[in-house]
Design a binder for this molecule. Structure first.
Ligand SMILES: [Zn+2]
Length: 96
């Protein structure tokens, strides 16, 4: 398929399933030891999944198993807590 529009990579949020421009989403990556981290550069090697920069999507993604399913891994409690902390920093939550 050809398009005259400039190609913008699109990705699907694993929580709400909306398709958005890649740059509007935050990438999570499963690193070699099976744990998951926020990939703020978007360039880390590993299996990736994307979430909107919206609190609801992170809650859905982290509390359910959607993120784990997408990344084919199991999050430990520590890893989950670490991700929640990282995303709070990213979304500037919990600072009011
Ligand atoms: Zn979403």
């Amino acid at each position: 398929m050809k398009s005259i529009r400039q190609y913008v990579p699109q990705r699907t949020c694993v929580a709400c399933r909306e398709v958005k421009d890649k740059r509007e989403l935050t990438r999570l990556v499963r690193i070699a030891n099976g744990s998951v981290e926020v990939d703020s550069s978007g360039k880390k090697i590993g299996r990736g999944a994307y979430l909107c920069r919206a609190q609801e999507c992170w809650q859905t993604g982290l509390q359910g198993n959607r993120l784990e399913h997408a990344l084919r891994t199991t999050l430990t409690q520590d890893n989950r807590k670490q991700l929640i902390k990282q995303v709070e920093d990213l979304l500037c939550l919990g600072r009011s």
